[in-house]
Design a protein. Structure first.
Length: 332
């Protein structure tokens, strides 16, 4: 019996430094994909030359620069496999990734989407061998909309899905220049069962040019991209508010605003931090920490430095007192 066919799509933009490693990790899979498609999103560097150097092992497609979701969709329209997997051009797969996921599909015929844990690395080596372990994440399976709404859970490069799912949910939303994958998985999670291979089979590369350090901090129509994905989902599925509970929805959206606000605060971009903390408070008025940081954005840089120094000193005392209490408790 022939094995199911898998198309692997690698969107690439100015990726000449990393894309060869990504392609090699796909070609080294113990479960050989049917095709490897690299979609060049209008690169101005040597991406085309590097990809074409792999010859007939890789299909090279080119489009004018329209963004990652458009590149993903172009790859999908040219894909012939029964199953589809994506890999970002700067990330890597472990050699048995596809094999383990296709085995899972074989033993779980009702499952439409399978994801995995991932590790992170940079030019110095492995940073985190398991994101699940570091952040104490519980990986759900089945109809996972509720836990997926509460947190992003997995990277898009860890996913394999049945291509037939697209007949019901459609293609990637090209308005989401970042976060199109999360919005898609939310869409799929309303209709299909998800499975998980609980191993870090995707290696996510950290580097200065990664999109989450640029576009990921940008606002889309005045809101963080995660908020845009979440609110679009709620517009399309208003019944989800009752399923989740309004307080859960508010906490989730407030946290997205606050996380990005903290980043802007650390970068000393106090004007944008203030706007984002204001967004968090819109959804969670009773958050004392949000109020404290929001008010801090009105201080001068010198005053903020003084508050930071006091906070650090008080935190140190708290840690010392906690340590002493722990020692006393152990002695008793």
């Amino acid at each position: 019996m022939p094995q199911p066919t898998v198309s692997v799509i690698i969107p690439a933009y100015n990726s000449e430094r990393y894309v060869a490693d990504a392609i090699k990790s796909v070609l080294a899979q113990s479960y050989r994909p049917t095709e490897v498609i690299v979609v060049d999103d209008g690169s101005s560097d040597g991406t085309a030359r590097v990809v074409q150097g792999f010859g007939n092992s890789v299909r090279y497609l080119h489009q004018d620069n329209r963004g990652e979701p458009a590149a993903r969709n172009l790859g999908l329209r040219h894909a012939h496999g029964e199953y589809v997997a994506f890999l970002d051009a700067d990330d890597l797969w472990l050699p048995d990734k596809l094999e383990l996921q296709m085995e899972y599909f074989a033993s779980h015929p009702n499952c439409a989407v399978i994801y995995t844990d991932m590790g992170t690395f940079d030019d110095t080596g492995v940073v985190d061998p398991s994101v699940k372990v570091r952040f104490n994440i519980t990986f759900p399976s089945g109809m996972i909309f509720a836990p997926l709404f509460r947190e992003t859970l997995f990277g898009s490069g860890s996913v394999v899905f049945r291509k037939i799912c697209l007949d019901q949910v459609g293609y990637f939303d090209e308005e989401f220049l970042i976060g199109c994958d999360y919005e898609m998985w939310l869409r799929m999670s309303r209709q299909f069962e998800f499975g998980v291979v609980d191993r870090p089979l995707l290696m996510y590369r950290q580097h200065p040019n990664m999109s989450t350090r640029g576009l990921g901090r940008a606002l889309w129509n005045g809101v963080p991209w995660e908020v845009a994905a979440l609110t679009k989902t709620l517009r399309n599925h208003p019944e989800a508010v009752q399923e989740l509970g309004q307080s859960t929805v508010n906490r989730r959206i407030a946290k997205v605003y606050a996380d990005l606000a903290h980043t802007q605060f650390q970068l000393q971009d106090y004007a944008n931090a203030r706007k984002l903390f204001s967004g968090a408070l819109h959804y969670r008025r009773s958050g004392p920490q949000y109020w404290a940081f929001y008010l801090a954005t009105f201080l001068s840089p010198g005053q903020i430095a003084g508050v930071r120094k006091l906070y650090k000193k008080m935190s140190g005392r708290h840690s010392e007192n906690s340590s002493e209490r722990s020692k006393a408790h152990a002695a008793s």
